[in-house]
Design a protein around this ligand. Structure first.
Ligand code: HEM
Length: 133
């Protein structure tokens, strides 16, 4: 019956089950959000495909170094293209597909997984990350 929330909802292929004890409150409160794992996956997948800051903040190289065979001199301005990294075939299967299920692993957005940097990384990482999420 439409609107009947008493039945269990199992999501095939996903590691949790929205069981009978959940979904009966009738309203969502902010403290419930951390239980909404699939919603979190949808948000992450959206940030992967459409990062609001696709080029991060520019960095200036301090020391001579080599990246992927390129010599980078001190003083060079370096841009990190998070948009392109999020759609790179080397790191993502079917990168142009919207597929929240790819985030059922432990990949997070806190700057340690370099294939997924919607909030940047390092000292200049977004301080509003938690509020943004
Ligand atoms: C979905 C929401 C948001 C996204 C995707 C986002 C993304 C970013 C990114 C990519 C950077 C640059 C980080 C880097 O270059 O390493 C940044 C910086 C920054 N963000 Fe956010 N942001 C979001 C929300 C917010 C909110 C809600 C606030 C404040 C309440 C905020 C405040 C800042 C500030 C102040 C910086 C500059 C940090 C610095 O340069 O040291 N952001 N953000």
């Amino acid at each position: 019956m439409l609107g009947d929330m008493s039945s269990d909802v199992a999501v095939p292929g996903l590691p949790w089950n929205l069981g009978s004890s959940q979904g009966k409150k009738g309203k969502v409160e902010e403290r419930d959000l951390e239980q909404f794992l699939y919603l979190m996956m949808v948000v992450k997948e959206t940030l992967r495909l459409h990062p609001p800051a696709p080029l991060l903040a520019p960095r200036e190289c301090m020391n001579q170094c080599k990246v992927n065979g390129y010599d980078i001199s001190p003083g060079t301005r370096v841009m990190v293209n998070v948009w392109a990294i999020g759609r790179n075939h080397e790191y993502w299967n079917d990168p142009d597909e919207f597929c929240p299920e790819r985030f059922d692993s432990l990949i997070d957005y806190k700057g340690q997984h370099f294939e997924f940097l919607p909030f940047g990384s390092g000292r200049r990482i977004c301080p509003g990350m938690t509020m943004g999420m």
